[in-house]
Design a protein around this ligand. Structure first.
Ligand SMILES: NC(=O)c1ccc[n+]([C@@H]2O[C@H](COP(=O)([O-])OP(=O)(O)OC[C@H]3O[C@@H](n4cnc5c(N)ncnc54)[C@H](OP(=O)(O)O)[C@@H]3O)[C@@H](O)[C@H]2O)c1
Length: 255
């Protein structure tokens, strides 16, 4: 269904994984998609070519969102391509880290917060002038913003710093939704459980796969497309009465 006909969408971190599947789903729904990437230029360009081969519209745009100027640079590049219209913003680019509590460094902490929280914060600030009534912002959070995963223990690796970036992102989503609601702009989060991508490399072992499936009611690994379809719904007018919400997309994790 062409629910995003004549809409323009930016998906950050669209070269791989969940972002890539999301950009493809938005294009399938009729949107002109800006495929943002950091380092994976070939992957981003191949997605643009795939979308164009199906008759869709897409451009690849790069910016390192981990740097202080990254979000500002990306917003500038977006405006150069689209002018003054942006209807959908998907805040997906992110990094994670797993380590024992004692092994985290200040650099680890700062780079997690820079990419996962500061980047989205300033991207919304900078793109606000071209988002208008009816626009939708969707942030990719994580189930770990709400629940502790793995085996807690001082000797065990944990993703506590990453998890707290997603908690911060969801707090921003609520604040953005309240601030931007009167302008007719909706802001929501989608919180995936374990999804089979490069980021979740622990699922590539049988033991890791078992841990993931052990948490879930539905007994298969989540796929990027499982998240992408929900983001496409949240981006479209079909979710017009939802704002400030977090939608779990996790196969029924830790019920
Ligand atoms: N996989 C999961 O199990 C899972 C679960 C819950 C939530 N999530 C969230 O879903 C989102 C996507 O994750 P994924 O699993 O699809 O990860 P992924 O396959 O590792 O892809 C991450 C994407 O983010 C981009 N990115 C990372 N750092 C960047 C930077 N500094 N500047 C610009 N782009 C950057 C990457 O672009 P380049 O490669 O081009 O640099 C890539 O396109 C993340 O926010 C993640 O936290 C994932």
């Amino acid at each position: 269904m062409a629910t995003l006909q004549n809409k323009i969408a930016l998906v950050t971190g669209a070269s791989k994984g969940i972002g890539r599947a999301t950009a493809a789903a938005l294009a399938e729904a009729g949107a002109h998609v800006l495929v943002h990437y950091g380092r994976s230029v070939q992957e981003a360009e191949s997605l643009v070519a795939e979308i164009q081969a199906k008759g869709g519209r897409a451009n690849a745009i790069s910016a390192d969102l981990g740097t202080p100027a990254g979000a500002l640079l990306l917003a500038e590049r977006v405006r150069t391509v689209v002018g003054s219209q942006l209807d959908v913003l998907v805040l997906n680019a992110g990094i994670s880290k797993s380590a024992r509590m004692a092994d985290y460094t200040v650099e680890d902490f700062d780079s997690l917060f820079a990419t996962n929280v500061r980047g989205p914060f300033f991207l919304v600030q900078q793109l606000l002038p071209i988002l208008s009534e009816g626009s939708s912002i969707v942030a990719i959070s994580s189930a770990v913003a709400h629940t502790v995963v793995g085996k807690p223990g001082l000797e065990n690796p944990s993703i506590l710093a990453y998890a707290s970036t997603k908690g911060a992102l969801e707090t921003l989503v609520k604040n953005w939704a309240a601030i931007l609601g009167p302008s007719g702009i909706r802001v929501n989060a989608v919180a995936p459980g374990v999804i089979d991508t490069d980021m979740s490399n622990f699922t590539k072992t049988e033991a890791g796969r078992e841990v993931a499936l052990g948490m879930q009611a539905l007994k298969r690994l989540g796929r990027p497309e499982d998240v992408a379809d929900v983001v496409a719904f949240m981006a479209s007018d079909r979710s017009r009465w939802i704002t400030g919400a977090t939608i779990p997309v996790d196969g029924g994790s830790k019920l």
